[in-house]
Design a binder for this molecule. Structure first.
Ligand SMILES: Cc1ncc(COP(=O)(O)O)c(C=O)c1O
Length: 407
């Protein structure tokens, strides 16, 4: 290995799936998926695509084994100790709803942040109408929430902190461990939204002192859409807000009390579980640190390329020593609505990005971008290359130049 090879921050991949466009919307959904994901989903579903745990024939047992194996895989991935506490749902919105409505009662006090996604905001706004007091902590000009400010808000009746780990708009990773330790000392539950960080930075239950982590399969875990889940720490009993079939103890009138069935309802998304299984194995094969290094080297190239362009505003993109981030970068071109920037990038440069409020209205209110209908956002993924980033810089720089000339 040469010195240059050793110094390269980029992933060495045997195969980079090709796309018809330059895809920079990985924070919404990673695309394409590793080839292993497509192959395993297809093979497994063709051969064993039946309802697991319902009957005793071989296909059904094989399907059940896949579900069990994937529970174990994800339990280990998140540093859990009991794979039965790894519960499958459809996505993180689904399991955040189960955790939030199942743990928080009227009369209780909850602390959360302005970095949250609607998957958290909307359940909390609903609970506010039902007599839950919700305290909102803002982020600073660099995009970080002060963990001490969260702790300062604790009251006698604080039952829960609901918190985002990595922002889908500004890419900042919050110091969850400090909040988690304070919660643990006081018996306050910590529900963590790891939708953006799972598969991108290490997410470990005990290091973060989380009680529930909610993940989605279709982002950096490289799985398909429609599969997600949560890990619920031992001793945390989420009340059931749904009931239905599990294939187990069918004569019982109440939905099952024991995990994972306590939180699972009806036929599971078996093709999704198969895809997630292959996606997580792909992440483990390449290593989270190597994937993050690759994406952040591209992120830095993008940030450094966009920053000097006159008329381009980047949001919370400065390096902050000792603080972590993920490969999301939001920006606007002065005088243009975000959606128009996105359309030009798509039509004229064949580049896919996401524009709008990104289901995260409070971040945009804070940044003042709510008045511009949001921002344009690049989400860098494991399959992006330097050439993709250079094309994005080139596109944005020409769009900004056109705007300057119009004035
Ligand atoms: C931080 C965050 N939380 C929650 C979600 C919701 O994910 P899903 O739509 O998969 O439920 C997203 C998706 O964009 C997200 O970025």
């Amino acid at each position: 290995m040469t010195l240059t090879e050793q110094a390269s921050p980029y992933l060495k991949l045997d195969e980079v799936p090709s796309t018809k466009l330059i895809y920079l919307d990985n924070s919404a959904t990673s695309f394409p998926k590793p080839n292993e994901v497509y192959v395993f989903m297809d093979t497994f579903y063709r051969n064993y695509g039946v309802n697991p745990g319902r009957s005793g024939f071989d296909l059904c047992l094989e399907a059940g084994s896949l579900v069990d194996e994937t529970r174990k895989l994800l339990c280990r991935f998140f540093g859990g100790t009991d794979s039965n506490r790894l519960v499958f749902g459809y996505n993180s919105t689904d399991v955040l709803n189960l955790a939030i409505f199942g743990l928080i009662e009227p009369g209780e006090h909850v602390v959360t942040t302005h970095v949250e996604h609607n998957a958290t905001l909307r359940p909390l706004w609903k609970l506010e109408q039902e007599g839950v007091e919700v305290d909102w902590v803002d982020f600073d000009e660099k995009g970080y929430v002060d963990p001490q400010e969260i702790i300062r808000r604790f009251k006698k009746n604080t039952s829960t902190v609901v918190m985002n780990h990595g922002s889908n708009v500004i890419g900042t990773v919050q110091d969850v461990a400090t909040v988690g330790k304070a919660c643990r000392e006081r018996g306050i539950h910590l529900i963590l939204d790891v939708s953006q960080t799972a598969g991108m930075v290490p997410v470990k239950m005990d290091e973060l002192c989380a009680d529930v982590i909610c993940f989605t399969g279709h982002k950096s875990l490289m799985g398909p859409m429609g599969i997600g889940g949560m890990y619920v720490r031992e001793g945390v009993e989420i009340s059931r807000t749904r009931a239905g079939g599990t294939g187990v103890k069918s004569a019982q009138r109440d939905h099952l009390d024991e995990y994972p069935y306590r939180m699972e309802y009806g036929t599971p998304n078996l093709p999704g579980i198969a895809g997630l299984n292959a996606g997580v194995k792909w992440v483990e094969k390449h290593g989270i640190e190597a994937i993050h290094r690759h994406e952040m080297a591209l992120w830095k190239r993008l940030r450094d390329g966009l920053k000097p362009i006159e008329g381009v505003t980047l949001y919370c993109a400065d390096d902050v020593p000792g603080k972590e981030r993920i490969s999301v970068l939001s920006f606007n071109v002065n005088g243009l609505e975000a959606m128009d920037t996105g359309t030009m990038l798509d039509v004229d440069y064949n580049i896919a990005c996401r524009t709008g409020l990104h289901c995260t209205p409070m971040v945009h209110e804070h940044l003042g971008t709510d008045k511009l209908h949001g921002a344009a956002r690049f989400g860098i993924g494991a399959f992006n290359t330097e050439a993709d980033i250079d094309a994005a810089i080139h596109g944005v720089s020409e769009i900004a130049e056109m705007q300057r000339k119009k004035k």
